[in-house]
Design a protein around this ligand. Sequence first.
Ligand code: 5GP
Length: 115
Amino acid sequence: MSDTIFGKIIRREIPATIVYEDEDILGFKDIAPQAPVHVLFIPKHEAIPTLDDARPEHAQLLGRLMLAAAEYARREGLARDGYRVVMNCREHAGQTVFHVHLHLLAGAPLGRFGS
Ligand code: 5GP
């Protein structure tokens, strides 16, 4: 399993505010939030380092990450006003933790992205 900080969160070796969990996915608050709501969704049993390492056999798991974020947003009443999901891949995107994860950002109008 993952040797990253997220692996430690999955194994409950370090604390995190867990807000979503199902059989395959864990969702927890980002330690340095970039929006009023900033939650990270990660696979629990597969430590794919980056999106570039994903293969066709990971398609269902990656889809489940998206659906977990959408379910959380609906449950928390974030879906009506809207939200953003982001996955950073490697250096130019600023990826810092090499265990694939989806950011959910919400709770206020978000600036445009890409710069
Ligand atoms: P990346 O830049 O790799 O897409 O996103 C990694 C995210 O993980 C960052 O937003 C960062 O704030 C968050 N993060 C890093 N270390 C920890 C930690 O120990 N706990 C939590 N909850 N989030 C973390």
